[in-house]
Each structure stands twice: as structure tokens, then as C-alpha cells.
Ligand binder design. Sequence first.
Ligand code: NDP
Ligand code: 2IT
Length: 460
Amino acid sequence: MEITTRNNAEHKSKANDYVHEVFELVKQRNPGEKEFLQATREIFDSLRPVFLKHPEYIHNGILERITEPDRVITFRVAWEDDTGKVQVNRGFRVQFNNSLGPYKGGIRFHPTVNSSIMKFLAFEQTFKNALTGQPIGAGKGGSDFNPKGKSEREIMRFTQSFITELSKYIGPDMDVPAGDIGVGKREIGYMFGQYNRLRGGYEAGVFTGKDPNHGGSLGRKEATGYGTVYFVEEMLKNVNDSFEGKKVVVSGSGNVAIYAMEKAIELGAVVLACSDSTGYIYDPKGINVETIKQLKEFDSKRIREYTKTHPNAVYHDGCTDIWSVACDIALPCATQNEMDKDDAIMLIENGVRAVGEGANMPCTEDAILAFQAKGVLFAPAKAANAGGVAVSAMEMSQNSMRLSWTVEEVDEKLKTVMKNIYTSCYSAAESYGHPGNLVIGANIAGFLKVADAMVAHGIH
Ligand code: NDP
Ligand code: 2IT
């Protein structure tokens, strides 16, 4: 008995030392990359019980290897604006891990894009893509290009220049990009056209998120937002609850936010507020999603314009103040670190019962801890927003088979994927001693899948 206790203590301290030492190494190697270090710290904290049970991962140096991207590509993107002036941006593609399939993940065009943000997104994608159960590895790319205020032709010229360089590193069996902030089906269309022009062929499976009229999957546009709501629905079902009659607040008004709102409303909720990067609108009668679609998807207008056609609604400057709106369910769907501890406390004081991350890492570490400490149901991004990439993988399948599934077929498959992700996160949390903690569950379930493949493929 004594020996067992001593052995356990030794194991525990070995697992803790390992996690600590590798995190110090990651900090040294990636100085100042705060988002990347934030994402790795969360994973490391979750994985201690795994190394206790599986010392073979320590022996195989999995943590050292899984936190070092396969490669990071950065490149100059020169393009000519409408006045004839040459502009230069920086392009990135982080190919993080291809143990489970070709690198897969979105492309972001936003002025804040930098190496840390690209690496955190690609790192998170590694675990998210594993959770989907589909054969996809992980990557992320983008540029510090700001699409706001650019003409359609400028966006096309920039995108063509971006993909001319990136085309050397991607392909249907190599790396398959898709959209993210600032990149939708229009930009994917320009990338796809330029890639095929350079290759002199037609490689349907090189991008996902294409227009369904030109090789895209029906249901992809809706998939991330719908998937987030399906995941939260599973979480609520587990405590005999649902979206019916709930007050919901959704941040953002882009691709993920719009379809999260649409599905929440379809399930009987009232969405009281949504935002863009300058402010938020509060509509006591419930947000009209069709108006938001028209403003943001088609007219590229600011969210404040909503009040012109909905006089009951009120516009407030400042996007993060949206969390002062009392609700039962909060769905942050805009960007990283958009909700901090103070926001979390405000939501808790106003009675929030569930939070689902539609965006990538929208809640700070302190915010998550605050929710968990008060028993608020919390759905972490890697699991909750995996529906987008899951339907991307379905788009790859359809492209390979040269056929198209109906929107109903895709939606049915999406529901199944989200349910399975919920179950694997829930079970992993339970079997590793943290019942109900879906953050730990998602990290462990995703990690195990990738780690086993890495062990099987040998040391490299
Ligand atoms: P969009 O470009 O379609 O929309 C982004 C929305 O967030 C816009 O309303 C934008 O406002 C707002 N926003 C952007 N940056 C900020 C900021 N710094 N502060 C406040 N608001 C901001 O992007 P998506 O909807 O595609 O992406 C949203 C989030 O979801 C991102 O975290 C992304 O990584 C994640 N995600 C996306 C997936 C997808 O399939 N598209 C899949 C999984 C995750 P404005 O209009 O003013 O710019
Ligand atoms: O963060 C994400 O999962 C995405 N932007 C979607 C990636 C994809 O390949 O569909």
C-alpha cells in the first residue's frame, strides 16, 4: 500500500514536472506571443491527468512535438491599390500538425493578424479537427490586410497576390484552406480561381467554403453557427433544459454570429443583442436576423443601421459592453479575448446559465474560471465551433466523390458530429477525474487522438 502511494506520488510529480518543463520551453521559444502562450497554457493545464495515466506520451516527447508547428510560412504580399500605389502586406500559413490528415483550417484577413494569433489558431485547430472524428490535420493562415474600405477589385488583386505565393504550399492532399474573419465565399472564389489558373487544372478539393454553385457544400455557410447551437443544446439537454423561451446574447454579426442567432431563434429563443467591432444593438422585441443578414452579408454596413428599420432597438457604442445585457445564454461569436473576467462576472450576476464559444478563444482564462466556479455550463470553442470545419471536411468528401449532398443530409451529419463531440468531451472529462468540465474534456479527447497518431507514425 505504502509503495503504491509512493509510486503514485512519484508519477504525479513526474507528470507535473514534465508539463512545467515543456511549458517553460514553449515560453522561451515563442517570446511575447501572448495568444499562442494562452492557448498552450490552457492545454497544458488540462493534460496533467493524461501524463499520469500514460507515461508513454512523456517518453515519446509528445508535448514538445505537438506544440512546435510542422512549419510556419510567412511571405510578402505586394499588390496595387485603385490609385496605382503599391501596397505590401504580410501573409502567413501555419501548418501545425498533419497526423490525422491534410492541414486544414481557415484564412483570416484582419489588421491584427500576426504570428502569435496565427499560431494560436492553428494550435487550437489541431485539437478541434481531431474532435470532429474526420481525417483532417490542422493549419491556419491569413494576412494583416484590412478588407474594410477596400474596393471589390482591390480585394481581388490582394487575394490573387496572396494565393500566388501560398499556392506553392497547398493542395487537396496537402493543405486545404477555408474562410475565417474577413474571408467568405467571395474571397475563397478569387483564391480558387487564381490557384487553378496557376496550376492549369481544376482541383476542386483545394479550398472549402466555396459557393455551392461552384463546388461548395450546401450547409457550410450555416455550419459553424448552427453547430455551436447544437452543441449548447446537447449541454442543456444534459440538465433537462433547452433553448425554448431563453434570452440569448450573441456577439459579432458575421458568419458565425448570424447563423448562431438563426438557429437559436428556430429553437424558440429570443436573441436580444448582437454587435460588430464598433458597437452593439439591443432589441427588446428580439433581433430580426434577416435584417442583420441584409446589412452585414450583402450591404457591408455597420450594425448601428439596424435601428433605422427597427425603431424599438437601441444602438450602443463599444462592442464589449454587450455583456451587460442580461441573458440566460451567451454566445461570443466575434473574436479572441472579447470577454474578460469583469464581463463574466456581470453575466453571472445577471443570471447567465450557459455560455457557448462560437468564436476561437473568445473568453479569457479568468472569465472561464469565473463561469466554472459558479456552475455556469461552459462550451469551449474547440468543441462548440467545430461544426464549420466538420462541414468543410464533408465538402472535401463531396468534391472527391464528385457529387453533392442535400442541405438536409449535411445538417443531419452536422448534428451527429456535434452530438458525438459533446459525448467524447463529456466522457473524457469524467474518465480523467473532472466530471462536467468540458474544457478539460475537449482538450483531453482531442489530444489523445492526435497523440496516438503521432506515436504510431514514429518520431519526427
Ligand atoms: P466574420 O468576418 O464573418 O465576422 C466577424 C464578426 O466579428 C464581425 O461582426 C466583426 O465586426 C466582429 N469582429 C471582428 N473583430 C473584432 C474585434 N476585434 N472586436 C469586436 N468584434 C470584432 O468572421 P466569422 O464569423 O467567420 O468569425 C468569427 C469568429 O469565429 C472568429 O473567432 C473565427 O476564428 C471563428 N470561427 C469561424 C469559423 C467559420 O467557419 N467562419 C469556424 C470556427 C470559428 P465588423 O463587421 O465590425 O468587422
Ligand atoms: O476556425 C475554424 O475552424 C475555421 N475558420 C474553419 C476552418 C475550415 O477549414 O473550415
